[in-house]
Design a protein around this ligand. Structure first.
Ligand code: ZN
Length: 273
């Protein structure tokens, strides 16, 4: 089984995650960046298990290195961030579902790597997201009748919103949506050879778009996704056949990185000369 971790960054009604099954246990994981958790393990009546670590972005955002490290420690193979998005693309309205094709990293104050001790850089970002996770997510939601959009995701630090001038600039760069909870997790997941995907829901329109009063579209989309989530988790829990788990095979073969990923965050053992 390829265990799945869901990182909900959307606002969910109380007890909403009970859709994913009963709470089996809650665990706290020690990481080089402090404790992460409690991470909830839920089991669906159909047998599927999923880890969930709810968080809601700044200012309560956990150290993303700790989040991804905890996932690896728990034996997770796939991470899916359930992200809230600001829509730059004027065709996207509130409640639209976006599984992005690519990303632009416009963060400046977040950690960018776990490799401060080893020269394991130059990790390719093609494909930007785990292709299998995204194909499965698109197919499953389409089967449930939920329309899926693509496009480029732009990651920003937050916690403030964008100005109208920034929104116009990001759109000219080709970004369709922006958010605060995908970068650097997508990068760090590659560093720990995990599959990483994004299921985005547009909750706001960009600052330079005419305001539209909310009409319950977001709530309706979240409801539809929640009811599709157990099936999505089951579909994602199959053993990955993508190449995300061998991202660093060459670095390991060349001796740039130790075989044991637990050593990758350092401190480096220099005693062997
Ligand atoms: Zn993958």
């Amino acid at each position: 089984m390829g265990r799945v971790l869901i990182l909900p960054a959307v606002w969910l009604p109380p007890r909403a995650l009970e859709h994913l099954g009963t709470l089996v246990k809650e665990v706290t994981v020690d990481t080089p960046w402090g404790e992460v958790g409690p991470v909830a393990l839920r089991r669906h009546p159909s047998g599927g298990e999923v880890y969930i670590l709810p968080y809601s972005g700044h200012p309560t955002r956990l150290d993303p290195r700790g989040t991804v490290w905890a996932a690896k420690t728990l034996g997770v193979r796939r991470i899916l961030t359930w992200e809230r998005l600001v829509a730059l693309d004027t065709d996207l309205q509130r409640g639209a579902v976006v599984v992005p094709d690519d990303y632009i990293d416009w963060t400046r104050r977040l950690p960018t790597t776990i490799f401060t001790e080893y020269g394991a850089g130059y990790i390719p970002q093609v494909p930007p997201f785990c292709p299998e996770t995204h194909a499965t997510t698109r197919a499953l939601l389409a089967r449930e009748g939920i329309p899926i959009h693509g496009g480029v995701y732009l990651g920003v630090d937050g916690p403030r919103r964008e100005t109208p001038a920034e929104a116009a600039m990001y759109r000219r760069w080709g970004a369709a949506v922006m958010g605060m909870n995908v970068i650097p997790e997508v990068v760090l997941s590659k560093e720990l050879e995990l599959c990483y995907g994004v299921l985005g829901v547009v909750t706001e329109l960009a600052a330079d778009r005419p305001p539209v009063p909310p009409g319950g579209e977001v709530r309706e989309t979240l409801r539809r996704i929640l009811s599709a989530l157990p099936a999505l988790v089951a579909a994602l829990a199959v053993e990955p056949t993508c190449t995300c788990h061998v991202t660093l095979a060459r670095a390991k073969a060349q001796g740039v990185l130790p075989e044991d990923w637990r050593l990758w965050a350092g401190p480096r053992d220099t005693s062997k000369g």
